[in-house]
Design a protein around this ligand. Structure first.
Ligand code: ADP
Ligand code: MG
Length: 400
């Protein structure tokens, strides 16, 4: 027995959020927009190091109903909130000025205005089937859904092509970093805004370029385990990892750790030469994770292109070990989910997202999803842990 978190159909999501909007604001919204959560297959804590990552967009989406206003006021309500309407004014927004979940929304409008776009105030309602704080990027999905909604009503035209979507993603990153106070990199927003249905998004965070690679793991399925171990990305743990990488890059005299890797003959040389110049044990392990993870992501991309899922799975396993031992961002629940999934037949499993709780992702032989999920539940129950929930997904489409 296990609990599957279903993805709403776009019709269901739109209906729910329209009804919420009408109930709260007494009129019909101008329109409905949505954006997906994401699961990262490999390449963790690499984005802010100019590295590589390989997410897919989930079928699970955040839905937004919105009507622009004549003034700069913002009124917001979320089905996942406390039922009250949040109210504020865009003209008064400054970095860090908005608290709570509204920061993710107002931050996007604020960042677009800061970038010179004429974005009006708005009334907005939100409803989402992306699990909250589960490492599946509900934060980027709410940002991206409002980004495309505002792009549309303000006729910015940014959502029409990838360059524009990259600009929308940049506004979402500013919202998350500077308004919500979460020091995350750019992977989540890129996945939500720039992914393509049926494809994994190979994102190069050094220059922001993307490559769409067909994601069709013949013979295998993705199983996502939401451990429901709570995580918080603005409590300093994430920021401290980021700061350690930046400090190490400064010692190594490179702008990003990616550049250190690329200027070395191979990953072994890059790690050895970096460690010889860094004295502090914790920093050395953080750097070793980042350098090897970027290299693993490159190898995983090659394996994906070749349809070599066995190799892909081994790289997922190695990624998890590195995140556990060197980067120290896993928790007991994540380690257990990965171990139990593997013991039940997964050919690869790893934590996904920022860590400190959240989700794991496993590649399991087709038709074994239920058996693996049941085994993971059994392991959690035996360990006295709260029961995890599960998601399955294909590579879904981006915000629209
Ligand atoms: P993750 O992105 O992994 O789900 P984060 O901690 O980055 O976790 O973001 C979760 C936060 O995003 C929530 O605490 C809330 O502030 C905001 N959020 C996401 N989706 C919604 C929603 N549907 N309604 C209100 N707030 C949301
Ligand atoms: Mg997030």
């Amino acid at each position: 027995m296990f609990t599957l978190v279903p993805a709403w159909s776009s019709q269901e999501g739109a209906t729910r959020v329209r009804e919420l909007f009408a109930a709260m604001f007494g009129t019909q919204p101008r329109g409905v927009w949505s954006a997906p959560g994401r699961v990262n297959l490999i390449g963790e804590h690499t984005d802010y190091n100019g590295g590589l990552c390989l997410p897919i967009a989930l079928d699970h989406r955040c839905y937004v109903a919105l009507t622009p206003r004549e003034d700069t006021r913002v009124r917001l309500v979320s089905a996942q909130g406390d039922g009250a309407i949040w109210e504020g004014d865009l003209a008064e927004a400054t970095a860090g000025s908005v608290e709570g979940w509204a920061a993710y929304v107002v931050g996007v409008a604020w960042a677009l205005r800061e970038a010179g776009h004429d974005v009006p105030g708005f009334d907005g309602a939100v409803d989402s089937c992306v699990p909250f704080g589960a490492g599946l990027s509900s934060s980027a999905s709410i940002e991206a859904a409002f980004a495309v909604a505002l792009d549309d009503v303000a006729r910015l035209g940014l959502a029409d092509d990838d360059a524009g979507r990259s600009a929308l993603a940049a506004a979402c990153v500013r919202a998350e970093n500077e308004m919500a106070g979460a020091a995350t990199g750019g992977m989540d927003q890129a996945a939500s805004l720039r992914a393509r249905e049926g494809y994994a998004l190979a994102l190069d965070c050094l220059d922001g370029s993307v490559h769409h690679e067909p994601f069709d793991p013949a013979g295998y399925e993705l199983l996502v385990v939401d451990t429901r171990a709570p995580h918080a990305l603005n409590d300093g743990q994430y920021a401290s990892r980021r700061a350690a990488c930046e400090a190490a890059a400064a010692v190594l005299e490179v702008a990003t750790l990616r550049e250190w890797l690329d200027s070395s003959a191979d990953v072994e040389t890059a790690v050895a030469s970096a460690l010889s110049r860094l004295s502090e044990d914790t920093t050395r392990r953080r750097v070793r994770h980042v350098l090897t993870e970027i290299d693993r992501t490159r190898a995983a991309f090659t394996a994906m292109q070749a349809g070599d899922w066995g190799t892909f799975g081994l790289l997922m396993d190695a990624s998890h070990a590195s995140l556990r031992d060197d980067y120290e961002v896993t928790v007991r629940e994540l380690d257990l989910a990965v171990e139990a999934a593997r013991a039940a037949g997964a050919i690869g499993a790893r934590m996904t997202g920022g860590g400190f709780g959240g989700s794991a992702v496993a590649l399991v032989p087709s038709g074994t999803t239920a058996a693996v999920a049941t085994a993971v539940v059994g392991a959690f129950t035996a360990a006295g842990l709260r029961e995890p929930v599960f998601l399955t997904s294909r590579a879904a489409g981006s915000a629209g």
